[in-house]
Design a binder for this molecule. Sequence first.
Ligand code: GLU
Length: 517
Amino acid sequence: MENKRVRLRFAPSPTGGLHMGGVRTALFSYLFAKKHKGDFVLRIEDTDQTRYVGGAEEYIINALKWCGIEPNEGVGFGDGAHAPYRQSERKKLGIYKKYAEQLIASDHAYYAFDTAEELDVMRKRLEAAKVTAPQYNSVSRQNMRNSLTLSGDEVKKLMDAGTPYVVRLKVPRNEEIRFHDIIRGWVVVNSTQVDDKVLLKSDGMPTYHLAHIVDDIEMEISHAVRGEEWLPSAPAHILIYRYLNKEDKMPLFAHLPLILKPDGNGKLSKRDKSGIPMFPLDWHDERTGESYTGYRESGFFPEAFINMLAMLGWNPGTTQEIFSIEELIEAFTFERVNKSGAKFDPEKTKWFNQQYLRKKSDAELATLFSSIFEKDLAEIQEARYKTKDYIETVCKLVKEKAHFVNEFWANGTCFFIAPTTYDADVLKKRLTPASIDFIKQLTEAFKDLNTFTAAETEATFKAVAEKAGIGAGQVMQLFRVSISGVGGGPALFEIVELLGQAEVVSRLEAFSTNNVL
Ligand code: GLU
């Protein structure tokens, strides 16, 4: 095992858009593979044709690309030595059948001919007998139609007649199954709790249980990282490796903890209503007609999304929270992944984006701003509002209070458009003959200034207030509203400096004209 090359796979089923839990599985696998200079493989597990959803595979590929966690081998990322990477195509290699036959030959698997109705009758019978977990197993299989209960002749007759059958794993009775999970340590399960899993379905397709094992063996996978929902099936998987005589090829397992709802009450659902997306990119499910918003389209930076995901269930053992992907690769170990579920925190998710927003240069933000608000900018007549320098300064001022670049226009409209309406609450509270008078005096004082910096305009503002015998605090918000129309926003005198003398004076005059008492 020590000498095995590190090879991890991300093996989603194209049954829908890849939700953030799936991205986290891919991320942890990617981080570990990169840390150990190994391979990261994308395998598409599409053996369940009935659950296939069009567009899902392309979505998975695009999502991994956007997140910057690209496999170096696999569907959409180029072939390596183990192509093809879609299980539907791998079936043609005959590998699944070959391994299933090996299990049958060694008496570790058998044919079962039971119809859906017969299985239903069995379940009802077991339920009536108060069996807690009714399942096809070492006890119940004795009453069913399979190659363990039927004679060789009968089996042959059924097969020759083309009767549909499945191949099931022959799980022994009352045997202890032990396996090691990198996150959970030793796990011990009694085989009584494990059912005789179907390995090959009647359409000849392998189930997940057989297919992923065959592929992990054939693709020389060293670590199988997957969601906690697979933990109950892991004992059956251990048996399959054992019965195939491939325990030396068995990857190390890491079952990741669930991502829980913000209140910790149950598994996070893709229909979570916190307002934070559950999918990396917009996803429209053509089967159900449901649409989900993506992190990308909501304005998240991929680095922020990835950083947030890494912290969902993993911790570096220090107080550091902001990690670049390189730092994550460096710091990541499965030993620091928690066993218990990780609570999703919508506010923290936004906080991560804010941290990355603050790290961007004003020039980068300006480029993003210009592309997001291209249409709005096109409607602005004044050329000076559209220069690179101007937009950069706007970004510098509005970024302080924002989580996303897409909030910049709403929070900084005043930098581009003079207000035509004014916050009614502020007017109600602050508009008096004295305050209007103050605005008029301020306008005159501003006209006289030779330079128009934030510091100077602020000093002038204070001096005029003092002369008028009015507290600066009494008129500050009214002044803000007269310039921007709204009661909150970036540092007021920075706005004033950026807009410039002529514009500020014109806005103040318009305000006094519009608000005659
Ligand atoms: N196809 C499985 C799923 O989508 C993959 C589990 C695994 O990684 O083994 O859940």
